[in-house]
Write a protein that binds this ligand. Structure first.
Ligand code: ZN
Length: 333
């Protein structure tokens, strides 16, 4: 017997085999306990969502890359921010443990160089079996691999590249989103990735030269397989072939009873760009993860939800393209 759930708990948005998926746990009518495993809904521009969010926001448990383990205590977590794990689940999270070198992993890993916009270059690592899903989740506009190898060797290589000062370990969400307005054409993006790739190899070689000639072929850690340059561009995966609207609202915080509604215009990393009831709205789905929701029937008129009686209760801030003086520029809307 399959019970159709009336209440769900969002667990966010992730990419699998280059397909963006909204994930949620069916809670049935009890609203607390899952009645089945997490469901995944592939999403694409043109689809519509209309959810009424309900608190309290609860821990989303553990995700191991293939399946989710529910939080044993369904712990209430902070209603704001992108963190949806309680302290115990965060401490047990394998991905977090790997990132802080508290765990090892016997899978093959890849070291990548990701480009998010002019002067926004990041180095990072991903399990090779995830292919480019991690890069899609981060919203990387273009990337190339630098190397593959064991987790330990790849982490050492990551620190080596970070030490050159040519690639950041982290790039903020605001910087990434600001770059969407000023992306150069794809061929220029490829050139910029290539320039960064070459500069990093040169910098590593220069380190080698500085240490004398008896260090073998460069200072890359042993056990790595260096990757030749192959730029992969992902703007089309995100629907960023045109810039986003020059002004849009960005969801900053959720309050009990908030309505999340709109037609999907773009899916960029873990963010949704919606045409909402009051205009374009950018939502980081990590802020929604942990909230319960029910589906609200709503009419969409000309691609925009209409007739919503409740105030949204989705606190938002306004974002505007800096130096907005290019009157002839096309945009997504
Ligand atoms: Zn938990």
């Amino acid at each position: 017997m399959t019970e159709f759930p009336t209440v769900w708990r969002s667990t966010g948005l992730h990419w699998e085999s280059a397909v963006p998926l909204l994930t949620a746990i069916p809670l049935g009518r009890t609203e607390q306990r899952p009645i089945a495993e997490e469901r995944r809904r592939p999403i694409a521009p043109g689809q519509q969502i209309c959810w009424r969010l309900r608190g309290p926001r609860r821990c989303t448990g553990l995700w191991n890359g293939a399946s989710r383990t529910d939080c044993p205590t369904a712990e209430v977590v902070a209603s704001v921010g992108v963190q949806s794990q309680c302290r115990a689940c965060a401490a047990a999270d394998h991905g977090r443990a790997l990132a802080s070198d508290r765990a090892t992993d016997h899978r093959t890993f890849a070291l990548y160089l990701a480009w998010f916009g002019p002067d926004l270059i990041k180095v990072g690592i991903t399990a090779a079996e995830r292919d480019r899903d991690r890069l899609l989740e981060q919203g990387a506009i273009a990337f190339t691999l630098l190397a593959t190898g064991s987790h330990g060797a790849i982490r050492r290589a990551e620190r080596l590249v970070t030490g050159t000062g040519l690639a950041a370990e982290r790039i903020g969400a605001r910087e990434k989103a600001d770059a969407w307005w000023i992306l150069p054409p794809e061929n220029e993006r490829a050139q910029l990735v290539e320039a960064a790739y070459t500069a990093i190899h040169d910098a590593v070689a220069a380190l080698h030269a500085g240490r004398g000639a008896d260090h073998g072929p460069g200072l890359w850690p042993p056990g790595l397989s260096l990757a030749s340059l192959k730029v992969v561009d992902q703007a089309i995966d995100f629907g960023l072939t045109e810039p986003p609207p020059r002004t849009y609202a960005e969801a900053a915080a959720v309050r009990d009873g908030a309505i999340l509604a709109g037609e999907i215009k773009a899916i960029i990393g873990r963010l949704l760009l919606l045409e909402g009831p009051a205009g374009p709205l950018l939502v980081d789905m990590r802020r929604i993860a942990g909230w319960q929701f029910t589906l609200v029937p709503v009419k969409f008129i000309a691609g925009r939800p209409s007739g919503l009686l409740h105030p949204s209760a989705l606190y938002s801030t306004s974002r505007r393209m800096p130096r907005d003086d290019r009157g002839d520029q096309k945009s997504l809307f």
